[in-house]
Design a protein around this ligand. Structure first.
Ligand code: GDP
Length: 409
């Protein structure tokens, strides 16, 4: 009993002076209850890293989470890379800090941009993200929804080469193909190879190109108006830092009597965690300390919700088509399917689909409203006669149509 905190005592209605207060009902302890439950359950986060090989992806991931996630990595030689297709690899580690457990999954995309012909090399990455959504959709539509394994990708760090002049066509293609499926956070790799002026110039150029090509990268949520000035200032700086200029290192070096994670050069030491040298700390704070939950929320409320809406739409179309076909067969009194009368049947089908679209649209609209991504939700309520939007319809197997659709959220 001696170990119970005041909040726990209040939760249990024991011994608190507040309990005697008639004004006090006790729901003020709700945050404590949620906190305890979440800590007990543990957290999970899935981070994808993408960008051409050699840009320092694995080094950065190891530096971010102070682990060695790439122990068994096999590097391909030039010949093997000529026809290299993009592979997707997954590493999971359980890390614990002050009693809080985090199951961290890193999804890597070796081979991306490495082949001689890189046409559509983003497709396997997009397919992977869709497959995770599909799996989750199946699981939450199934009977046992208690222990669903959530492998949806919450964030994609996209590495931009420091050696080009802004974005390359492949960067634009990749980000445009994936921006409606995952939260993209662009990073400027190997920032120690650039002078501060070059970093500044490159960042401005990349920001302009992101705007120009209509790429929807992850948008940091706006600060609440009652936040203090210091917090607002930090938030502004964070938004202005995109793309984060990063440096990775797996070695600890000695700098001015201190042992730091850094890179030792003949002319000096570059410190990974020194904010005068790069944005590593900003990126890590954003990913881990300040925005991890928001990245998960946007994944669930916007990207997954879009996927789900598309899926339900295609399933509804299939069901309606099937129903119409059966109806016609019954009415004709023959087992042979008769060609449909295009005008009438199409109109009826379209009406039914429109009704379903509106229903789906209404549910998708409840997803958190954010300016850049709200567009995606709008797409889900497009007139049914329109062709599907840019990314192809997610793979929805016919078998799904038969499963009871009672999503968990
Ligand atoms: P990946 O193929 O994208 O995973 O790249 P790696 O992490 O394997 O790094 C490729 C090479 O770049 C290695 O020799 C690293 O030591 C080096 N490297 C990694 N990060 C940096 C960095 O921030 N700056 C510089 N100059 N080199 C780096």
């Amino acid at each position: 009993m001696a170990f119970l905190t005041a909040a726990r005592l209040q939760e249990r209605g024991i011994g608190s002076s507040l309990d005697q207060d008639k004004e006090y009902v006790g729901f003020a302890t709700l945050p404590n209850q949620v906190h305890r439950k979440s800590v007990k359950k543990g957290f999970d986060f899935t981070l994808m890293v993408a960008g051409e090989s050699g840009l320092g992806k694995s080094t950065l991931v190891n530096s971010l989470f102070l682990t060695d996630l790439y122990k068994d990595r096999k590097l391909l030689n030039a010949e093997e890379r000529i026809t290299q297709t993009v592979e997707i690899t997954k590493h999971t580690v359980d890390i614990e800090e002050k009693g809080v457990k985090l199951k961290l999954t890193i999804v890597d995309t070796p081979g991306f941009g490495d082949a001689v012909n890189n046409t559509e090399c983003w497709r396997s990455v997009a397919d992977y993200i869709d497959q995770q959504f599909e799996q989750y959709f199946r699981d939450e539509s199934g009977l046992n929804r208690k222990n669903i394994q959530d492998n949806r990708v919450h964030c994609c760090l996209y590495f931009i080469s420091p050696f080009g002049h802004g974005l390359r066509p492949l960067d634009v293609e990749f980000m445009k193909a994936l921006h409606e499926k995952v939260n993209i956070v662009p990073v400027l790799a190997k920032a120690d190879t650039l002078t501060p002026t070059e970093v500044k110039r490159k960042k401005t150029k990349i920001q302009e190109e992101i705007e120009q090509y209509g790429i929807k990268i992850y948008q940091f949520p706006d600060c609440d108006s009652d936040e203090d000035e210091e917090f607002k200032q930090q938030d502004q700086e964070l938004k202005a830092s995109i793309p984060f200029a990063v440096i990775g290192s797996n070695t600890v070096v000695e700098a001015k009597g201190r042992r730091v994670r850094g890179r030792l050069y003949p002319w000096g030491i570059v410190e990974v965690e020194n904010s005068a040298h790069c944005d590593f700390v900003k990126l890590r704070n954003m990913l881990v300390r300040t925005h991890m939950q928001d990245l998960k929320d946007v994944t669930r409320e916007t990207h997954y919700e879009n996927y789900r809406a598309h899926c339900i739409q295609s399933m509804t179309r299939m069901v309606v088509k099937e129903r119409n076909r059966n109806k016609l067969t019954r009415e004709s009194g023959t087992d042979f399917p008769i060609p449909m009368v295009p005008g009438e049947t199409d109109a009826e089908t379209e009406k039914l689909i429109r009704e379903k679209d509106e229903e789906v649209g209404a549910s998708a609209c409840t997803a958190k409203h954010r300016p850049p991504h709200s567009l995606q939700t709008e797409q889900t309520v497009r007139p049914s006669s329109d062709p599907p939007p840019d990314p192809p319809d997610p793979p929805c197997e016919p078998s799904l149509a038969a499963s009871p659709l009672t999503p968990a959220d």
